[in-house]
Design a protein around this ligand. Structure first.
Ligand code: ACO
Length: 323
């Protein structure tokens, strides 16, 4: 069978850092409250002239270098974002132009915080069908642009950044020992679209709008949905929680991660956690966490890595990847 093998990864964070102490000067909050409820200490915020495509391009260049490839080797770019440079064209086309790539296809995927897992699943299908040999898959966000800086319930939670991987077609034996994406599972349920949304856009106010969220409701659904998607990935492959080497979840909130790991019986030391230093970077959080754990030597070739995410819509999903 043809598998989508991870050939390289990279990430990029804007230089500017906003600490909880900085936020306490802007809204009625405290470092103690934020750390206790979310585990977040600081987050990176894009400069005024830094766009999602700039962060995406920086992460992509590192991923291509890590893979020992260049834009000529790619057939496709899939970029997951909820904060595009413009309403159209797709931010992926800005990355394509930035890489000097004039062939193939580039498009965005919108599944908010689940975007990267969605993009991996889409890329995996193109590769499995033999329609692409190498795909750059990116999660990139300037989420700070959607925040209402007067709403303490949301503005403390998010940050900006980008991560990317290169998926490459490789002929494999078709067993669980194969490298690459072994299984991927996507879900959404639009009944919950008002629990977490942006109150703007062409179809409503014609402004960009701000994030609105029912935090407790999101929390309640997140743990249940994520656990289900993980169980689905385990059932599809026959692996158990003990077989997982690294759990790389969407980084929304440390309490959600702890609760999820506990629910599925994963040892806490297998969970990659970056939320404390980066906040919730939406579609960028999974590839940012992946890159951190690969570069510091935790994730090694042959390791079984479990990805999952949940976000607005609601959307959620999981993927099992052998590195
Ligand atoms: N600082 C201080 N107080 C605050 C803050 C803040 N930053 N934000 C809210 N409060 C107050 C509220 O006003 C409320 O005060 P009141 O009791 O006087 O009315 C009190 O704290 C409790 O508010 P809740 O919203 O009930 O607080 P909760 O314990 O639920 O924590 C939180 C809020 C952290 C948002 C939590 O609900 C949560 O983590 N939800 C998950 C949401 C999430 O992670 N979303 C990310 C996007 S979705 C995703 O990526 C999966």
């Amino acid at each position: 069978v043809i598998r989508s093998v991870v050939a390289g990864c990279g990430s990029f964070l804007p230089e500017k850092v906003l600490t909880n102490a900085d936020l306490a000067k802007m809204v009625d909050t405290s470092d103690e409250w934020i750390v206790e409820r979310t585990g977040i200490h600081r987050r990176h915020i894009a400069a005024d002239d830094e766009k999602t495509s700039d962060l995406a391009l920086a992460a992509s260049r590192k991923a291509l270098e890590d893979a020992g490839m260049n834009a000529d080797d790619l057939d496709m770019i899939i970029l997951a974002t909820t904060t595009p440079d413009n309403t159209f064209p797709a931010t992926a086309t800005a990355v394509q132009a930035g890489l000097g790539m004039h062939h193939g296809a580039a498009f965005d995927v919108q599944a908010v915080c689940s975007g990267f897992v969605y993009a991996v699943a889409v890329a995996n299908n193109f590769i499995a069908m033999g329609q692409a040999r190498a795909i750059l898959v990116i999660g990139a966000e300037t989420f700070s642009r959607l925040l209402d800086w007067d709403d303490r319930g949301t503005c403390v939670l998010f940050g900006d950044g980008a991560g990317a991987i290169v998926l490459k077609a490789e002929e494999q034996s078709g067993t669980n020992e194969d490298r690459g994406v072994l299984t991927a599972h996507l879900h959404s349920d639009g009944r919950y679209k008002e629990k977490l949304y942006v109150d703007g856009g062409p179809g409503s106010t014609s402004t960009v709008g701000h994030v609105r969220m029912e935090g407790r409701e999101v929390f309640r659904h997140a743990v249940v949905n994520i656990a289900e998607a993980i169980e689905e990935a385990l059932a599809a492959t026959g692996f158990t929680a003990d077989d997982i080497d690294w759990f790389v979840p969407h980084q929304a909130n440390k309490r959600i991660l702890d609760a999820t790991a506990k629910r599925i019986g994963l040892a806490p030391e297998k969970v990659v956690i970056t939320v404390g230093e980066q906040g919730n970077t939406s579609a960028a959080s999974v590839p940012l966490a992946l890159d951190a754990a690969v570069k510091d030597g935790r994730i090694k070739r042959g390791d079984l890595v479990l990805l999952e995410a949940m976000g607005g819509g609601f959307t959620w999903g999981s993927a099992l990847v052998r590195w």
